[in-house]
Design a protein around this ligand. Sequence first.
Ligand code: GDP
Length: 484
Amino acid sequence: MGRINRSLSKLGNTVSNKTQSFAHRASDRNIRLAVTGLSGSGKTAFITGLVNQLLNAGLTGKSNNLPLWQVTRDERLYGVKRTLQPDLTVASFDYDLGMNALKQAVPQWPASTRNISELRLTLKYQPSRGILAKLTDSASLYLDIIDYPGEWLLDLPMLKQNYGHWSMAQALRKPIFTKSQYYPAFVGALDSLDLASNADESELKHIAELYQQVLVDSVHEHGFYYAQPGRLLLPGEFAGSPVLAFFPLLNISEDIRADLEHTQANSAYQVLKTRYKEYQDKVIRPFYKDYFSTFDRQLLLVDCFTPLNRGKEQFDDMTQALNGIMESFKFGQSNLLKRLFSPRVDKLLFAASKVDHVTRDQQGNVLSLLTQLIKQSQRQAKFEGCEVETMAISAIKATQHGMIRSSKGEIEVVKGVSLTERKPITLFPGEVPKSLPGTNFWASQGFEFTSFAPPNYVPQSDGADFEHIRLDHLLQFLLGDKLK
Ligand code: GDP
């Protein structure tokens, strides 16, 4: 507590009031931390858990739940408050709704991210270094946390493709599409569409809805990840608008496409081409320009367990989707994004989420699996000018560690309450592969991942309401340098 008690009087007479107020103004800084990940990766749970930790951190709480975060270890964090977000046109992240779900008698996980939202916190702290430490006893850091679906980043490659190229790329996904019960209706309608005749608005809308059903079904029912355009899965503010009423032409040869290029401007083919271009101009580009390019730091959450449970095809699809997402973070000079939108992210954290699902001895494996996934994508291009880190975390720890005796001796287990049956369970979920799983892993399928219910809510008089795994380490990487 010693350092924080330094009073303003220590500044002595050398510093005038004027200089002090200048220092206060100069010390008010802002950082925009974006949180993304594919659907179900844990974004809403993460932000709710993190905000709860932050609001209860600092000298207002008696116990320090974030010991690896330097500013709390040094006892220099006075406290954290919610403040009105600066951009009133973006939806607010509904922290209270999330907390209310977690606080119920039968606690529920907060509802998943479906759109972009943000929330601002003010962190009041004691600067320890530099001119600020000499001039003032307290400084503020405004932290904007922005939540957005990772699926939207899967649209980036569409900026490099025209409608024809994009259709060909989607045709390669037919083996996945065909698994959906909605696929026959979609291809049926597609095959009967006369692309050279005048466009019929309701017909295009109907086929686009069928394509959307195929995408949603392949993600929600069959456990795949890649969906393009991303807004058909999570439309955000574009729900129901004609800019989303397009679909890939899966069964058309190059020759036929070349002929269709000569059709009149209002043919179904030309209208679809125009819609695709509108999607590039009115949906993809504005997202990168208005939001993405304003982010300072980026966290990408990855749920490694669900695809391990689902199987090889789904795991490979997640790998492909992650590679697609990472395209947005390769800021090399030759990168399309760099040329178009000058992104400024200087720290990028890949975090394997929900590691409370596995025993402690498996958490290292989760980290090396994630590192392998990223390395594979890094091979093609580097995340230039950006400090990159990987971690394994849990924002809201729903399990406890335990040991049980077995024929092999003592083994580590996790204990929690199952999400569906709400019954206490003790289990060893299995070995997480250290590297990208090979044939042996899929042949033995030795992994059993169970969804756990959130912990029972017990209000704490001092400190946060939940336990976590490594959120302090995460905060040190993402914010440590801004709180010196
Ligand atoms: P989003 O779609 O990225 O917003 O993902 P959510 O935040 O909705 O998380 C999806 C699900 O993952 C939740 O409903 C929980 O079942 C689970 N989950 C998320 N974070 C944690 C965690 O830290 N621990 C555990 N045990 N489960 C989590």
